[in-house]
Design a binder for this molecule. Structure first.
Ligand code: KG4
Ligand code: ZN
Length: 361
């Protein structure tokens, strides 16, 4: 089955072609980062307008790259939520219209399910059950993946998401948007022993995270330097970046180890934009710290939003028989735990929609 995947939940237009027998055939991504940079974050209206311009040329590009014709496509998968509603609707409308015109099925995919399954695009794909750490600009979650579509939330952030904490701290240090990669690059020049910020909530039981206090600690340290020097030096900023990055990555690693022990599992999957962080990757792969576990990451390009993970997640659901009606549906909020396990789908299930009731946000 050849599935066209369409991702438009935020500021990246991602298109891909995934074949259930041959794997990923082609993918293309247009990032709107430069457009939103002047505003220090994503402007939803601008994001929607840009997606609509990119969708058709990128789809053609991917078909050409894979040497496929439109009649070779068996089904279409698109991100139906959660995300920015205007941005989601551009992808949903395009996907459903294509499906209607081509007489093919289409399926709305949960964006986070896409992230959770992204490591399956790699050789040596992980098999459930496993624990997944999902760390992006909007989410920090530990999830027990019992089967595809069966997700139990083990812990989540009580305030800022990990990526959000990276972005806000980067802004404080005078770095651009998105801040994660820029902060990580600055931290490379930092001295690891200058600052030791706290590892939030590690001394209490449980698997929740809280990163806003850590961000405040960096801010207070920065203000102290400002008082003394007027403007902190490049080395001082790098030391702060290193202290922050060490604290956040240590915290994530400690909670991952605890989650694996709690679930009695030894496979860990890391997903979402912060999964691109090299220091986090190194800590999770360190046997001395983590024990003998099996860790899977998507390639760097598939840590952040992309069409390939949506094509894959849609293909798995379509192959299991899930079908949806013709309505164009998208939702900004959608609980991951409300998804149906693909193991429990009767063959050729006709679901009017897997989405919850629509409510304006
Ligand atoms: O998954 P993603 O593309 O979008 C969301 O669905 O949120 O994640 C984007 C987030 C941003 O906050 C960005 O700063 C962060 O991932 N990020 C990183 C790195 N690369 C991206 N954070 C830390 N280190 C990185 N190398
Ligand atoms: Zn995402």
């Amino acid at each position: 089955m050849l599935v066209l995947g369409i991702e438009t939940s935020c500021d990246e237009t991602g298109i891909a072609l995934y074949c259930t027998t041959r794997g990923l055939l082609a993918h293309a991504l247009y990032s709107q980062i430069t457009m939103h940079q002047d505003y220090g974050g994503v402007v939803p209206e601008l994001a929607s307008r840009d997606h609509i311009q990119r969708l058709i040329p990128l789809t053609q590009q991917v078909l050409d790259q894979a040497n496929c014709r439109k009649q070779d496509v068996d089904a279409i998968a698109y991100t139906a939520g959660p995300g920015l509603i205007g941005a989601l609707l551009t992808g949903a409308s395009f996907a459903r219209t294509l499906a209607y015109a081509w007489h093919k099925p289409a399926i709305g995919v949960h964006h986070l399910e896409g992230h959770l399954l992204a490591p399956m695009l790699e050789a040596n794909a992980p098999k459930p059950p496993y624990v997944a750490l999902l760390v992006s600009g909007g989410h920090s979650m530990l999830i027990e993946v019992r089967a595809i579509g069966s997700y139990a939330l083990l812990g989540e952030t009580l305030d800022d998401a990990a990526g959000e904490a990276f972005d806000k701290t980067a802004q404080l240090l005078g770095l651009g948007y998105p801040g994660g990669p820029a902060l990580a690059a600055l931290a490379e020049h930092g001295n690891p022993s200058t600052y030791r910020f706290s590892r939030p909530l590690v001394d209490r039981p449980g698997l929740d995270f809280s990163f806003s206090g850590l961000k405040t600690q960096v801010m207070l340290a920065y203000k102290k330097l400002e008082k003394a020097n007027a403007k902190p030096s490049d080395q001082q900023r790098a030391d702060l970046a290193r202290g922050f990055e060490d604290a956040i990555t240590d915290t994530l690693a400690i909670k991952c180890k605890r989650a694996l022990q709690q679930c009695e599992l030894s496979t860990l999957v890391v997903a979402g934009g912060v999964g691109a962080n090299q220091r986090l990757r190194a800590k999770l792969q360190d046997r001395a710290g983590m024990g003998a576990i099996d860790v899977h990451f998507p390639r760097i390009a598939f840590c952040t939003d992309n069409g390939a993970m949506i094509a894959l997640a849609g293909a798995l659901r379509l192959a299991a028989g899930q079908r949806q009606g013709l309505a164009i549906d998208a939702t900004p909020r959608w609980e991951l735990a409300s998804l149906t396990s693909i193991n429990s789908l009767p063959p050729a299930t006709q679901l009017a929609s897997t989405l919850p009731n629509q409510s304006p946000t």
